[in-house]
Design a protein around this ligand. Structure first.
Ligand code: NAD
Length: 334
C-alpha cells in the first residue's frame, strides 16, 4: 500500500517508517524537521520525503495514498505553552483540516495519533473508551478536538480511526527523555539518581514506541469495518504503572542508583489507569512485543556508556527545549 506518514522524523515515526517498508509498503513522509540534528542514531528515510508543515500539504501531495497515518503534532503539554493557541492550531484544527483534504483527495483510511492523556484525572481506575474525558492540558484538549472533528468526516468512503496511545517509552533513533520512563532511566545513567518529580503515586499506562508503530500497521491492515471511526486505547491492562513502580524496575537495572523525590510538580494531576480490552477484541492477533521491563532493559543497553549528564541537560532529547530554537519554522506557515 502507499502510506503517507506525518511526523515520520519523530520518536514514534522513526520506528514506523522502517516497519512499514519491511512489510512491503511504500512510504511518503511529511515532517517539518523540528528536531533535525537531535537524533540518537540515524533514522530510516521514507521513500519520498516532504519537508513541509502538515498544514501546507496539498491535494496533490495526498492523492494516490491508501492511508494517512497522522503523527505530526506538538507532542506534549509544555510545548503548547510557547504560544497560546498553537497546540490547538496544529494538533486540533490542523488535524481536522488535513483529514478533510485527505478525504477530498480520495484517501480512504486515516489513522490519528491520539492519546490516553485525554482521560486526564481519571474518575474510575479502569478507563475504557466510553469513559468521561477529563483533559488537564491544552495538549489533551487538542486531541479531543481532533477526534471529534475528524470523526464527523467518516462515511462509506473515508474511515478514520483514533489510536489513543499510552505514554510511550523505549529506544528509538529519535530518542526522547522527556517522557516518564525514559526520563527516569536517563537520570539514573547521567547522575546515579532516579529523580521522581512528583510524589510517585500517579498511575500511567505505558507502551513501547515500537509497539505504537506496530499498532498503526495492524489498524491499516485490519478490515475496514473493524476499525471504522473507532477510538481505541493502545497499550495493555498489565502495563499500567505508578511512577514509583517504574522507578523500581529501573533500580533493578541500575542497583547503585538512588531513588530521590524532588517534589517539583507535587502530585501530578494526570492520574489514570486504562483498560485495553477493546484493542484485543477488535484485533485478536495483535500483541505487544515489549513490556516495560524488556523495553527498559533494551534502552539501558543502548544508552549505557554513551549517555552523559550533558545529554540529560542539553536540548537534543527534550522536545520543548529544542523547539524553542526551531519554533520559527511553525510561525512561517501560521
Ligand atoms: N510519545 C508519546 O508518549 C505519545 C503518547 C501518546 C500520543 N502520542 C502522539 O504520537 C504522535 C507522535 O509522537 P512522538 O513522540 O513521535 O512526537 P515527536 O515530537 O518525537 O515527533 C513529532 C514530529 O512531528 C513533526 N511536526 C510537528 N509539528 C509539525 C507540523 N506542523 N508540520 C509537520 N511536521 C510537524 C516534528 O518535526 C516531529 O518530527 C504525536 O501526535 C503525539 O501526540 C505520543
Amino acid at each position: 500500500m502507499k502510506v503517507l506518514v506525518t511526523g515520520h522524523r519523530g520518536y514514534i515515526g522513526a520506528h514506523l517508517v522502517p516497519l512499514l517498508q519491511e512489510a512491503g509498503h511504500q512510504v511518503t513522509g511529511c515532517d517539518l524537521g523540528l528536531f533535525e540534528g537531535c537524533q540518537w542514531e540515524e533514522p530510516a528515510r521514507a521513500d519520498i520525503e516532504l519537508t513541509k508543515d502538515l498544514r501546507a500539504l496539498t491535494p496533490e501531495d495526498l492523492a494516490g495514498h491508501d492511508c494517512v497515518m497522522h503523527l505530526a503534532a506538538l507532542s506534549n503539554d509544555p510545548m503548547g505553552e510557547l504560544e497560546p493557541g498553537i497546540t490547538e492550531q496544529i494538533n486540533g484544527q490542523g488535524s481536522i483540516d488535513l483529514a478533510a483534504r485527505a478525504k477530498a483527495a480520495g484517501v480512504r483510511r486515516f489513522l490519528f495519533a491520539s492519546s490516553c492523556s485525554m482521560y486526564g484525572k481519571g474518575e474510575s481506575m479502569d478507563l475504557d473508551e466510553t469513559a468521561a474525558l477529563n483533559p488537564v492540558s491544552a495538549y489533551a484538549v487538542s486531541k479531543i478536538m481532533a477526534e471529534e472533528g475528524i470523526s464527523a468526516l467518516a462515511d462509506d468512503d473515508f474511515s478514520p480511526s483514533f489510536l489513543r496511545n499510552s505514554t510511550a517509552y523505549g529506544h528509538s533513533p529519535m530518542l526522547r527523555i522527556d517522557i516518564v520512563a525514559n526520563n527516569l532511566l536517563a537520570s539514573a545513567l547521567a547522575f546515579g539518581q532516579i529523580r521522581i518529580m512528583s510524589d510517585g503515586k500517579p498511575w500511567r499506562p505505558l507502551v513501547h514506541c515500537a509497539d505504537i508503530a506496530r499498532a498503526f500497521i495492524a489498524f491499516m491492515e485490519a478490515p475496514r469495518q473493524t476499525v471504522h471511526n473507532r477510538a481505541v486505547n493502545i497499550g495493555a491492562n498489565q502495563e499500567n504503572f505508578q511512577v514509583r513502580d517504574i522507578a523500581d524496575i529501573i533500580a533493578e537495572l541500575l542497583p547503585q542508583a538512588e531513588i530521590t523525590y524532588t517534589g517539583e510538580v507535587g502530585h501530578d494531576p494526570r492520574d489514570y489507569r486504562v483498560n485495553f480490552d477493546l484493542l484485543y477484541s477488535l484485533l485478536p492477533d495483535f500483541k505487544l512485543a515489549y513490556n516495560l521491563r524488556s523495553g527498559m532493559e533494551e534502552l539501558h543497553q543502548a544508552l549505557t556508556g554513551r549517555f552523559t549528564a550533558e545529554d540529560f541537560e542539553g536540548d537534543r532529547f527534550v522536545r520543548l527545549r529544542h523547539l524553542k530554537k526551531t519554533f520559527h519554522l511553525l510561525k512561517e506557515y501560521s
